[in-house]
Design a protein around this ligand. Structure first.
Ligand code: SAM
Length: 244
């Protein structure tokens, strides 16, 4: 069926490619990619030879329109270098244009570092705010953290090894000692989750810069600890008892 298919690819372990994703890429007439070398390797691994077209959100309107026009009559796949397209990756403008043009847009879901990290880090997952990468500059970083500090939810950031210690220090300074988790190299050989307070982990990573890919997760402010619904029920019953 023709349309634009947004296809998730693995975030490290190639075996995480879903059967649907493989089938779709096989059926695709055009694969819109962030970097043809990266996706070329994946296609090669899958034994597929495909017409790739470089696409990102800085691509011109003409390029976008041409992909949307193609998706009217053919299967067009959008992939990024790793994980789910549009999640700190290109694709937003393309999806928006396709929808506006009435071209069907389908999802082939799969890995994303945000959900992979949240699912194993042990911090509350009932409410979370994904904020992508923090700004590089110290002042902008503190401004962003201050704004996000108001939110009563777990915060999720993408990070890079060389910046991790500085980000953790800024978090400790702005929020005090919230519980944080550093999820590294998910689905790969050296997958690891390290938890502690922001200042503990700032010291740890200042002493040794971490290697590989990183998701940084910050627990919610203290007054928003997720309650066990059992506790809430018990407290309610007790309150009702004292009222009667
Ligand atoms: N679209 C991707 C997704 O759905 O996860 C994210 C793309 S973003 C440009 C790349 C960042 O995601 C990395 O810098 C890192 O912060 C995070 N990331 C990607 N793969 C990861 C992995 N295997 N382990 C930990 N973090 C990862």
């Amino acid at each position: 069926e023709s349309g634009l298919y947004v296809v998730a690819t693995p975030i490290g372990n190639l075996a995480d490619m879903s059967q649907r994703a493989i089938d779709l890429l096989e059926a695709a007439e055009i694969v819109a990619v962030e970097d043809s070398r990266v996706t070329g390797k994946l296609l090669h691994h899958l034994g597929l030879k495909k017409k790739m077209r470089r696409y990102n959100d800085h691509s011109g309107e003409a390029e976008r329109e041409s992909l949307v026009a193609a998706a009217r009559g053919a299967v067009v796949a959008l992939v990024s270098d790793a994980g789910t397209p549009l999640i700190s990756d290109p694709g937003y403008k393309l999806v928006r244009s396709a929808r506006a043009a009435g071209v069907p847009v389908y999802t082939i879901p799969g890995a994303s570092a945000v959900t992979a990290a949240l699912s194993i880090c042990g911090l509350p997952t009932d409410r979370f705010l994904f904020a992508g990468f923090l700004p590089n500059k110290a002042k902008a970083r503190v401004e962003t953290l201050t704004e996000l500090g108001q939110v009563k939810a777990t915060l999720v950031f993408y990070e890079a090894g060389p910046r991790l210690a500085a980000s953790l220090s800024a978090i400790a300074e702005t929020y005090g000692d919230r519980e944080v988790a550093v999820a590294r190299e998910l689905t790969k050989k050296f997958e690891e989750v390290v938890t502690g307070t922001a200042s503990e982990l700032a010291a740890r990573y200042a002493a040794q810069e971490p290697k590989g890919e990183i998701v940084l997760i910050v627990g919610p402010p203290a007054d928003d600890v997720a309650y066990d619904t059992g506790d809430v029920d018990a407290a309610l019953r007790e309150a009702l008892d004292t009222m009667s």
